[in-house]
Design a protein around this ligand. Structure first.
Ligand SMILES: [Zn+2]
Ligand SMILES: [Zn+2]
Length: 261
């Protein structure tokens, strides 16, 4: 049996539809060995309906710890999906340093003031090549901050299916090299399949770049409801195997180890 983990899930502590507890049975059913919760934490922005405010952190950690104590048959991990903002690295580091987490997913949702995944209007009238370049560069800066264990949906800018005219391989190459250098894993995020993009993140065309640069990988669903835990994982693992990956990143108290699959 493949050792499967799903570290990217959202509960009612942020914008998920169910409590963490409701994810457990579907996770076991999906054949997962571990399930991790990664509710959204967005510092330096007004509270919005999709994220958790810093005051919710203690109840969140307490809840997950309790769930861990009371759950058999699957390991439970505590994570967060934290928004990256360039220039705020030290504040983010200070904030995270006191939290008992197994891993932190670093995500770029904002380019400037606006999130890139809150509707296709963001893209209208903009230079798409330039947006992709800005986005991938921003993920690169996030990866080099040494704040995160996993980069979330590293090319989320593909969400609405916009395509560039430029060749993006050099940008993906730079990103992969940066992740390797800073010991950050990338995720195959299967939730892109449920979005207008209708495919995984990152672009499968560039998965070989991550393999060539030897970047650790994990497979995550980014589920916002229990029925999507472990969704499309067989296909994601097959894809990774095809590209040449044979092991995946597992996290405990922010220490990574690799497990063969
Ligand atoms: Zn995200
Ligand atoms: Zn997410």
């Amino acid at each position: 049996m493949i050792y499967k983990t799903d570290y990217h899930t959202h509960s009612t502590f942020s914008d998920g539809r169910s409590s963490p507890e409701e994810y457990i049975a579907p996770a076991i059913e999906a054949g997962l060995s571990e399930i991790g919760f990664s509710d959204h934490l967005t510092l330096f922005k007004e509270f919005e309906d999709w994220n958790m405010s810093p005051e919710d952190i203690s109840p969140y950690l307490f809840y997950i710890e309790n769930l861990r104590k009371n759950t058999k048959n699957i390991k439970i991990k505590t994570g967060l999906e934290v928004d990256f903002f360039a220039g705020k690295e030290e504040e983010i580091r200070d904030y995270l340093s006191s939290l008992p987490l197994d891993y932190v997913i670093g995500s770029v949702h904002y380019l400037g003031e606006k999130p890139v995944d809150n509707g296709p209007e963001f893209y209208e009238g903009k230079n798409i090549d330039r947006l992709f370049e800005l986005y991938l560069d921003s993920v690169c800066v996030a990866a080099s901050s040494d704040l995160f264990d996993i980069m979330g949906h590293c090319d989320l800018i593909r969400i609405y299916g916009y395509k560039t005219t430029s060749d993006l391989e050099p940008l993906y190459r730079k990103l992969a090299k940066t992740m390797k250098q800073h010991d950050v894993a990338f995720e195959v995020n299967t939730n892109g399949r449920n979005r207008p993009l209708a495919d995984f993140y990152p672009d499968r065309k560039f998965l070989h770049v991550f393999k060539e640069e030897n970047v650790p990988v994990c497979v995550n669903s980014d589920a916002h409801m229990p029925s999507r835990v472990g969704q499309y994982f067989d296909e994601a693992y097959e894809l990774l195997r095809y590209v040449g990956f044979s092991e995946m990143a597992v996290f405990d108290k922010r220490i990574r180890r690799m497990v063969p699959f």
